[in-house]
Write a protein that binds this ligand. Structure first.
Ligand SMILES: [Fe+2]
Length: 139
């Protein structure tokens, strides 16, 4: 058996945006992503995994948006739009995963684009913003 099969998404410290809660949630999203693409899962497990990812994504996005509101993040509206787009994509892809119509490679690509591009670009910008206001308030 391919031991790397369950390990496509490897969490690295460099993915941290610098907010402990958000970072822990992102790391858990990686874990859920690995579960989703595990080729050894049967249909029922896949169904449960997609449901878990779906629910966790919603609550994670809500937590991020609350934080952004709390800190008056200037790109809040833009970020909210990005989340909305990701949810729409997730809706489309999860349908295909559940019916087995989406090839595994496509699911991997979707998950990696989603996790890495959004976290490394948009979430990282929020992390940089938080760092900036933290330095300002200590000066
Ligand atoms: Fe985000």
């Amino acid at each position: 058996m391919d031991s790397s099969a369950n390990n496509n998404f490897v969490w690295l410290d460099e993915y941290k945006i610098g907010h402990d809660t958000v970072d822990a949630q992102h790391q858990y999203l990686f874990e859920l992503a690995n579960r989703i693409i595990d080729p050894n899962n049967d249909q029922q497990t896949t169904h449960l995994n997609v449901e878990a990812l779906y629910e966790y994504t919603h609550s994670h996005f809500r937590d991020e948006e609350l934080l952004m509101e709390q800190y008056n993040y200037p790109d809040y509206e833009l970020h909210k739009k990005a989340h909305k787009r990701l949810i729409a994509e997730l809706n489309a892809v999860s349908g295909g995963i559940l019916t087995d119509e989406t090839p595994r490679a496509d699911v991997v690509k979707f998950m990696s684009d989603w996790l890495l591009i959004h976290i490394l670009d948009e979430d990282m910008s929020f992390g940089n913003f938080l760092r900036k206001i933290a330095t300002q308030s200590t000066n």
